[in-house]
Write a protein that binds this ligand. Sequence first.
Ligand code: BDR
Ligand code: CA
Length: 317
Amino acid sequence: MTPHAVKKRIILDVDTGHDDALAIIMAASDKRLELLGITVTAGNQILEKTLKNTLNVTQALGLNVPVYSGMHRPLLQDLATAERIHGESGLDGPVFRPPVRGAEPLHAVQYLIDTVMKEPVGSITLVAVGPLTNIAMAVRLCPDFAHRLSELIIMGGSMTHGNVTPSAEFNIHADPESASIVFSSGAPLVMIGLDCTTRVTLTDALYDRFAGISGPAGYIFSASMAHYIRSCKQYIGESPAMHDPCCVAWAVNPSIFTWKNHFVAIECRGNYTRGRTIVDQTGVSSEKPNAKVVYAIQPEPFWEQLEASLRHFSNVS
Ligand code: BDR
Ligand code: CA
């Protein structure tokens, strides 16, 4: 990067569990990105816990990035957390000092709207790695919101099977109505679903490759991934996928991904399929594509980016 290269300005919307924490580390450390703020939603755990986890991670890393608390439950349904994977705290494993700084007084949804409306059109990239409740609220409250984004990169959905039901992926299943609002909003969407994220799973060998990295990011990685690996093996029978970090990797370097433009709708009604992303891969619906749907990622450049992010904090005590 030349000294004058313009950084991509991003806002991260999280429900901080284990892979969200890695997404924060990657977003905060990459010199090609400027992390403007972090908005938090309920999802992997209740809002109180996902907010605390976010503040713990930002404080441990020594970040000066404002954190905004957002929606405490989905639009229509009850909150169903991913406690069995992410644990009682939502980020079981690492131990943190009590957070000194709290969330900003402004609500996350208002922060999203204010920031996107005051900055030039097409200058903000929004990376959403939790249920889409905050984003749907911004879309509904502010008709111009979606169209002013440079890109809306979403971790969610699947073209094949789900991970919370046979049909649905967690973030979409957690709030299908919000997902439906967002996918039909006209925002420049990138859907990074399980088809892509399950191609970068943290095997024991990869864990060993990164676990010795010093500094707070290395610590968060080692302590949190030890838990994540255990719970994913126990409940899913596999090493954990690096779901949320894939979205930050796209923000930095989309050339390591393969993708196609497709029309995507959200199933909000099916008995067995609620929360499914219906991806029209053949064009049979004649609907105009509304998303770049990501099929795959090259693993090694991804692991190198993660490693560089962990090492970035090596000298922070
Ligand atoms: C998604 O669900 C959450 O548990 C993870 O943080 C990720 O955003 C994967 O389905
Ligand atoms: Ca998440």
